[in-house]
Design a protein around this ligand. Structure first.
Ligand SMILES: [Zn+2]
Length: 147
């Protein structure tokens, strides 16, 4: 009988240990999730610090910060260049209302909200008349319209 009693106690202990393990795992997962959350918030806070720093030191005159700020400016330039490339690929339409260049696929001006007419799409800085887009244009004619 003692054997079975011992076995029962042992099994209870195994069960308790398993429950303890499950609790530990749950706790581990919970704390891990909290760590990820705080790390995420910390990353955003770092970004805010960086933005604030750039606002306060646009001239990039702090020797210790020069390299990192240069990296930011370099990436900003790259981004602008890529956005411009994308814009050129999409083409733009000039708003009759305010003269803003808007996405060729936009219906309304992003600046003034006027409805955009689609007769003329500007691709690579050159105006392309949509109705006459099929017509072959001699290269010298194009050069004349470009400033
Ligand atoms: Zn407009």
């Amino acid at each position: 009988m003692a054997f079975f009693e011992d076995l029962g106690k042992k099994l209870t202990k195994v069960g308790e240990a398993a429950a303890e393990k499950t609790k530990e795992v749950a706790e581990f997962t919970k704390v891990n999730a909290k760590i990820l959350d705080v790390q995420n918030k910390l990353d955003k806070a770092y970004i805010e610090v960086g933005k604030k720093y750039l606002e306060l030191h646009p001239a990039n005159d702090e020797e210790d910060m020069k390299a990192v700020v240069d990296a930011v400016y370099g990436l900003e330039d790259q981004l602008k260049e890529l956005q411009k490339q994308l814009q050129d690929l999409k083409g733009t339409v000039k708003c009759d209302g305010c003269g803003a260049e808007c996405d060729a696929d936009a219906t309304f001006c992003s600046k003034c909200g006027a409805e955009l007419k689609k007769e003329e799409i500007i691709v690579d800085g050159e105006a392309v008349d949509v109705e006459e887009a099929e017509v072959e244009v001699a290269p010298e004619d194009i050069e004349e319209t470009v400033e």
